[in-house]
Every structure is written in structure tokens, then in C-alpha cells.
Write a protein that binds this ligand. Sequence first.
Ligand SMILES: Cc1cc2nc3c(=O)[nH]c(=O)nc-3n(C[C@H](O)[C@H](O)[C@H](O)COP(=O)(O)O)c2cc1C
Length: 191
Amino acid sequence: MAKPVLNVIIGSTRPGRVGPAIAQWFYEIAEAEGTFEVVLVDLVDYDLPIFNEPRQPVTKQYEFEYTKKWSATIARADALVFVIPEYNHSFNAATKNAIDYLHHEWKHKPVGIVSYGSMAMGVRAVQALKPIFAALRLIFSGEVTIPLPLVPVVDGVFSGNEVLNNGAKAIVRELTIMSPPLKQLRESGAF
Ligand SMILES: Cc1cc2nc3c(=O)[nH]c(=O)nc-3n(C[C@H](O)[C@H](O)[C@H](O)COP(=O)(O)O)c2cc1C
């Protein structure tokens, strides 16, 4: 039987970003759990402009190919993890923009957050993102917050530590538990 799909979304887009290294670390932990087909999704590959669809995403009537491609990627997922930086005490704008492009594709799916920043560890980014998940009926399933000055990316590689690795595993395990009932709910036609 096909495994459920877990999209690990790299939210930062700037040249020189550390997001891909942290997403790769999470990807490997999720792969090792063996419960999902894990897919790395890099916002850079979608090149979404500042939201410019003429109709509201709730209509699902998309004008542009990049939106259709982004919609197909998220529609395929049974679970999601956002890997996000903290920018100015919130999460970064490219992530919000990518979220705003879609509506139904997010609904009733379990979601985790891996955030990172300086000594505030990206906690404020997590807190800013949670109400948006609530608005879109994404079901929050845990977080890991990373203090980069203490646990840095070295030569493009992030290795975590025992606490962070266990936190990442806990997210994957919760997503594993939450995915089947939520899939059943989505397919029930109740919404
Ligand atoms: C525009 C900008 C704003 C930032 N604001 C914060 C902040 O408020 N809190 C924090 O802990 N780190 C902040 N940082 C540091 C970032 O968390 C750090 O540079 C991280 O590597 C950014 O992620 P990225 O490399 O994937 O882009 C900021 C970085 C940028 C580029």
C-alpha cells in the first residue's frame, strides 16, 4: 500500500539561506521513521510572485500555471511540515505568500513547524503562524525550535542534537497518528 505523503516545505527563499540544510535534517529523520513518502518542497522552485490571482483561492479557479503547480503539490500531501525562519519577530513573507495562494488544499491536514532563528529560537515565528493554520483548518501537530547560535549550520549541513532530533521524531510520530483519521474526514464528503 502506498505510504501517505509528507511535504517538508522550505519556507525561506533568499540566496545563502540555511533553510534547505535544516529541511534536509528533518527530511532524513522523517525518512528514517518509515511512515511517510517524504517530499522536500522548496518554495524557490515555484517562484510565486506576490499574490496576484484575480479570484479568491476559495474558488479554486486559478489563472496561472505556477498556482496550478503549487496547488497540485499541496493537494497531494497528507501531512505538512513548514521549515521557517524567524524574520522580524514573525515568520517570513514568502511563506505567508505561498499559504495565501491556496485554500482547500490546506484544509484538515496535520501540520508541524520547524523554526529557527537567533536566541529566541524562532518561537515568535511559530506563534505568528499558528493563527493562520487555525484559519485554514490545518491541525497543529507540534513544533521544534532551533537556536542557530547554539546549534549552527556548518558547511551547509545541520546535524541537530539529541533534544532537537527527538523533537523532530515526535512531530513525525504525531503526524503519523493524525494523518489517517484526517484523510478519512477529508474523503468523507462531510465538508
Ligand atoms: C530579514 C531578516 C530578519 C530577521 N529577524 C530575526 C528575528 O526577528 N529573530 C531572529 O531570531 N532572527 C532573525 N533573523 C535571523 C535569521 O533567523 C537567520 O538569519 C536565519 O538564518 C534566516 O533564515 P534563512 O537563512 O533560511 O533565510 C532575521 C534575518 C533576516 C534575513
